[in-house]
Design a protein around this ligand. Structure first.
Ligand code: 2YJ
Ligand code: MG
Length: 259
């Protein structure tokens, strides 16, 4: 899994606003409305305690402050604990947090202490980015391409299958591929016999995973992956609606999913 860098997190709310405009134009809804539609919740007066975690690669500059900005952007109250780790967790609870947000290098969770709901960033990111792709209003097709079947890609593919989409998927890892075919019933996308998709959900840590053979003129590519799945020339040439943002959309989905 790609670790976020402080640079990825610069200018976060500006990036969100740009993406929100693309999402609105492409789906008719903004990110908050899409989260509401998926999870059936709306932000209330819950208080979010953000606990910095030092294990593994340690604290990422801008990470906790970004989570606080996102929490407030979606209308919840939040605070960052003074101390990290267990001491910070204790502080968060003692200061009345209803929801805890915290991440190590492997898992990033939102845990609502009042209703017991817990969400992970990888599942919520897969669900929300695939949901955005599936709402593209410039197509009648039910075919969606999922690129990458790791934790995020698998969650998105599963969500799309549940929504009744015709899901094609690819991943160079044959174990991942077979698991998705057997458990979800996705179809293997074969690069040798290309099809052109109007909706693409990409979830890999690699650049340039999308090639011309996969995409239709005027399509939506929804991807949380850093670096970007698409070379700039292709975005121009195919008039692609590109939704790509490093943190906010996934965190929004986490918060809505535990409310
Ligand atoms: O508290 C901190 O500052 C750090 N322990 C945060 C670690 C953040 N975790 C990651 O970057 C993971 N790779 C998951 C990020 C998922 C973003 N889509
Ligand atoms: Mg990528």
């Amino acid at each position: 899994m790609a670790l976020l860098t402080p640079e990825d997190l610069e200018d976060l709310l500006n990036k969100l606003n740009m993406n929100n405009n693309i999402i609105k134009e492409a789906t008719g809804m903004d990110i908050a409305q899409i989260c509401e539609a998926v999870y059936g919740t709306t932000p209330d007066s819950r208080k979010v305690g953000i606990v910095p975690i030092t294990s593994g690669n340690g604290i990422i500059g801008n990470f906790s402050s970004s989570l606080l900005a996102i929490t407030e952007y979606f209308g919840l109250e939040g605070f960052i604990t003074e101390h990290p780790d267990i001491t910070g967790y204790h502080q968060a609870v003692a200061n009345g947090a209803d929801i805890i947000l915290m991440a190590d290098d492997h898992i990033f969770v939102a845990h609502n202490l009042r209703n017991g709901k817990i969400a992970t960033n990888h599942v919520c990111t897969g669900v929300i980015y695939s949901e955005i792709a599936s709402r593209y209003k410039h197509t009648d097709s039910k075919d969606v391409l999922v690129i990458g079947l790791g934790r995020v890609g698998y969650a998105g593919a599963s969500h799309l299958v549940e929504k009744g989409f015709n899901v094609y998927a690819c991943d160079p890892n044959t174990d991942f591929m077979n698991k998705a075919i057997e458990e979800l019933g996705v179809k293997a996308f074969d690069i040798e016999s290309p099809r052109k998709f109007s909706m693409v959900f990409e979830a890999t840590p690699n650049a340039n995973t999308i090639s011309e053979g996969m995409i239709a003129e005027r399509c939506l590519v929804s991807t949380p992956g850093i670096p970007c799945a698409l070379p700039d020339e292709l975005v121009e040439k195919y008039d692609i609606d590109l939704v790509m943002e490093p943190l906010v959309i996934g965190v929004a989905a986490m918060l809505y999913s535990v409310l």
